[in-house]
Design a protein around this ligand. Structure first.
Ligand SMILES: C[S@@+](CC[C@H](N)C(=O)[O-])C[C@H]1O[C@@H](n2cnc3c(N)ncnc32)[C@H](O)[C@@H]1O
Length: 208
């Protein structure tokens, strides 16, 4: 079975009309989903810029940006078409595309080489797919290829507490060791002040 099949197998049965969005997306609650969005809004000025929301799920970030009146050119991509159907229904004026963002063949890039001022990825690397750490070596360059200025990605954090094998828990050092092969150290920051079991990497690549 391909990784995409594994991702679909996890998420598609969760997409039912009675479930709240955070539950479909498998976040612990609406507040933890929102806490991750707030890291983006707090740290990156989005006004007047283009934003790619990788693994956009139900388009909740697009809804938040609209409610806050932040004038950003939003594009959401997700590999699960059923997610996108609900995202489009809730956000009819936004652009949503089906794409496997981590496809490693640039010639087969679903975005046709389009780049964005800001690329944000919340939760798309959460599932334990058996090779998460080596996969970072494909996923992070793929995200950076689409980024003109700022890349922000969050990860579930490895702590000693009991872990659920459904998910993959990262250590900041593992993510940094891949990023440091791709970018100068001073362009990468770890943010860890918003949830105990999560961290975010912020890469400022503009002005390279
Ligand atoms: C935990 S959900 C988070 C959704 C959204 N970012 C949010 O916070 O509301 C992760 C999403 O990433 C998507 N995803 C996983 N792997 C992906 C890939 N390779 N390309 C695009 N989307 C992917 C899943 O389908 C799912 O909708």
């Amino acid at each position: 079975m391909s990784k995409i099949d594994d991702i679909r197998k996890h998420y598609v049965p969760r997409i039912t009309p009675d479930r709240a969005n955070h539950d479909v997306l498998d976040w612990a609650g609406p507040d933890t989903q929102a806490a991750r969005f707030e890291v983006l809004l707090r740290r990156v000025d989005l006004a007047g810029r283009s934003l790619l929301d990788v693994g956009c799920g139900l388009g909740d970030l697009a809804g938040l940006l609209r409610r806050r009146n932040i004038p950003v050119r939003y594009t959401g991509v997700d590999v699960v078409e059923e997610m996108l159907a609900r995202a489009r229904q809730a956000n009819p004026n936004e652009r949503f595309l089906r794409a496997d963002m981590f496809h490693d063949d640039a010639a087969d890039d679903p975005l046709g080489g389009e780049t964005f001022d800001v690329v944000y990825c919340s939760g798309a690397l959460n599932l334990n797919l058996g090779n998460n750490l080596e996969f970072l070596e494909t996923a992070l360059p793929r995200l950076l290829r689409a980024t003109r200025d700022v890349l922000m990605v969050n990860f579930l954090r490895a702590r000693d507490a009991a872990r659920d094998p459904t998910y993959f828990y990262y250590r900041p050092a593992d993510v940094l060791s891949v990023l440091h092969t791709l970018l100068d150290e001073n362009r990468v920051e770890i943010i860890e002040d918003y949830l105990p079991n999560d961290f975010t990497v912020l890469c400022r690549i503009g002005g390279k």
